[in-house]
Design a binder for this molecule. Structure first.
Ligand code: 2DT
Ligand code: MG
Length: 208
């Protein structure tokens, strides 16, 4: 039987070091394996361009439910490509996924179950690596940027949702206050074993 690739999702609040770790992991894995990077939102598609304008321009007004559904649609439009990649034996490292979708929208006060519904049925991650960092440490790493959601108060709510409403057995919590190299080593050992473990197992669908 053909070996399938794994879906490795990264989640965490802003400034937790996610993008750095995603890049480090990709650089290392691609030396020995077939691996691809994806990030959500994918700002390149027409839906992603709309999301980008919402994030970067405070004058763009969209109902909270509408932007939530656009973020979800932005994942659904990647579904076929994800499935093809996995079936071809390539693994995918994903920077943010449905857990960001739920946490960021629920942090605005939307109903949690309503937020979860649109993403149900997407390809399920084989592992979710959650980079845990305190708000205080995140703040020390420099001011939050200019995009929507990049405020301390909002990040606090997002963190609470991630940590109290999202965790399931696929979650691995890693200590993001470590030095980047140490954090990378932790992540790498988790990921190497997941890739091997799932090679001959069927891919699940998301039951967030
Ligand atoms: P980046 O800073 O990682 O580009 O994300 N977000 C993301 C949501 O509100 N819903 C989602 O479904 C996703 C994937 C998190 C841009 C911002 O978009 C938020 C931060
Ligand atoms: Mg950001």
């Amino acid at each position: 039987m053909m070996k399938r690739g794994a879906i490795i999702v990264f989640e965490g609040i802003d400034r937790c070091g996610k993008s750095t770790q995603v890049q480090l992991l990709h650089d290392v894995l691609q030396k020995s394996r077939s691996v691809e990077l994806m990030r959500f939102p994918n700002r390149q598609t027409p839906i992603g361009q709309k999301i980008n304008s919402y994030l970067t321009d405070k004058a763009v007004q969209l109902d909270d439910h509408v932007i939530h559904l656009l973020f979800s649609a932005n994942r659904w439009e990647a579904r076929n490509q994800m499935l093809e990649t996995i079936q071809s034996g390539k693994s995918i490292i994903v920077d943010r996924y449905a857990y960001s979708g739920v946490s960021f929208s629920a942090a605005k006060g939307l109903d949690l179950d309503w937020c979860k519904d649109p993403d149900r049925g997407l390809p399920a991650p084989d592992v979710v690596i959650y980079l845990q960092l305190s708000i205080e440490e995140a703040q020390k790493r420099g001011n939050y940027g200019e995009e929507r959601y990049e405020t301390v108060e909002f990040q606090r709510k997002v963190k609470d949702l991630y940590e109290n409403k999202m965790k399931d057995p696929s979650w691995k919590v890693v200590n993001a206050s470590q030095k980047p190299e140490d954090l990378h080593n932790d992540i790498r050992s988790i990921v190497e074993s997941v890739i091997q473990d799932v090679e001959h197992t069927p891919l699940n669908t998301l039951t967030i």
